[in-house]
Design a protein around this ligand. Structure first.
Ligand SMILES: Nc1ccn([C@@H]2O[C@H](COP(=O)(O)OP(=O)(O)OP(=O)(O)O)[C@@H](O)[C@H]2O)c(=O)n1
Ligand SMILES: C[C@](O)(CO)[C@H](O)COP(=O)(O)O
Length: 236
C-alpha cells in the first residue's frame, strides 16, 4: 500500500498573511487543495493522510475535504510544534502502508511522474527524494564574509516528496525522538541510521510556497502549466 502523507500544520510565519498559507488562493484555489489534487488523481497513490493544526481541523474538513469531495483522505491528524513532529504524528496513522510519500502541503506543483519515480526508487533503495541541481555558485559564510566555495556539481536543493519504506522512516523518527535529533527534513533522519537516500531529479517548478515573492512565482508556474495542458489538448 502506498500512502501520501501531506504535512500542512505549519503557521506560515515567513509568508506573513496572518493565516496559514495553505489556504492562500492561487488563481482561485487553495494551495493545499492544489497539492492534494495531484495525489488524489495519481492512480498509484492508495490513500492520503493529511496533517493539519489542531485548531484548523474542522475548517479543513468542511472547506477542503467536503467541498472538493476528496475520496482518498483516510485520516486527518493533528500537527506538532515542528514539521518533524507533524510528520511523526502522521506516520503513526500509516501502519498499513508499505511505502510513505511525505510531501509538503506548500508544494502544489509537484509532477505526478516525479512522485512515481520516488516510489520506484524507495522500493529499490529504501529511501528517495526529489532534488534539483544548484544553478548558482554556492559558498559557506561565516559572519560577514564568504569562507569557502563549494563544488556546485555536487550541490542539490532537496524538495519533497521524500519517499520511504514505512518501517525505515518510522524507525528513523523513533531513533531521532530517542536521541533528541532535530532535522528540517526526513531524509536527514534516515541518514542518521547510516542509510543512503536515492536522488530523483525534480523540477524547478516544484517550489515550496514560503514567502510573498513565491505567490507571484506560483501564479506564473500555474499559468505555464495551464498553457502546456491546453496546448497538449489541442494536439491530442
Ligand atoms: N509544525 C509544522 C511546520 C511545518 N509543517 C508543514 O511543513 C511544510 C514545510 O514547512 P514550511 O514551509 O516551513 O511551512 P511553515 O512552517 O508554515 O512556514 P514558516 O516556517 O514560515 O512558519 C509546510 O507545508 C508546513 O505546513 C507542518 O506540517 N507542521
Ligand atoms: C522538507 C523541505 O521542504 C525540504 O526542502 C524543507 O526542509 C522544509 O523546510 P521548512 O523550514 O519546514 O520549510
Amino acid at each position: 500500500m502506498v500512502t501520501a502523507l501531506i504535512v500542512a500544520a505549519g503557521k506560515g510565519k515567513r509568508m506573513g498573511l496572518g493565516y496559514n498559507k495553505q489556504y492562500l488562493l492561487i488563481d482561485g484555489k487553495e494551495v493545499i487543495s492544489r497539492t492534494i489534487d495531484v495525489f488524489e488523481e495519481a492512480e498509484f497513490i492508495d490513500n492520503i493522510v493529511v496533517v493539519v493544526s489542531k485548531d484548523e481541523i474542522e475548517y479543513f474538513k468542511e472547506n477542503i475535504v467536503e467541498r472538493y469531495g476528496y475520496k482518498k483522505i483516510e485520516a486527518i491528524v493533528c500537527g506538532g510544534e515542528e514539521r518533524q513532529h507533524s510528520v511523526y504524528n502522521g506516520l503513526v496513522e500509516c501502519k498499513r502502508s508499505d511505502i510513505v510519500v511525505i510531501h509538503d502541503g506548500a508544494r502544489p506543483f509537484v509532477k505526478k511522474e516525479h512522485i512515481l519515480e520516488t516510489i520506484n526508487m524507495a522500493k529499490k533503495y529504501g529511501a528517495s527524494a526529489l532534488a534539483v541541481k544548484a544553478k548558482d555558485t554556492v559558498k559557506l559564510v561565516e559572519g560577514d564574509f564568504f569562507q569557502q566555495t563549494l563544488d556546485r556539481n555536487s550541490i542539490y536543493f532537496i524538495q519533497t516528496p521524500q519517499t520511504f519504506q514505512y518501517q525505515l522512516i518510522l524507525r528513523a523518527h523513533e531513533y531521532a525522538k530517542e536521541k533528541g535529533i532535530f532535522a528540517t527534513d526526513d531524509t536527514s533522519l534516515v541518514e542518521q541510521l547510516g542509510k543512503k537516500v536515492a536522488v530523483v531529479e525534480g523540477s524547478y517548478d516544484n517550489i515550496k510556497i514560503t514567502t510573498k515573492e513565491d505567490i507571484y512565482l506560483a501564479e506564473l508556474i500555474l499559468k505555464k502549466m495551464k498553457f502546456f495542458k491546453k496546448e497538449v489538448a489541442i494536439f491530442v
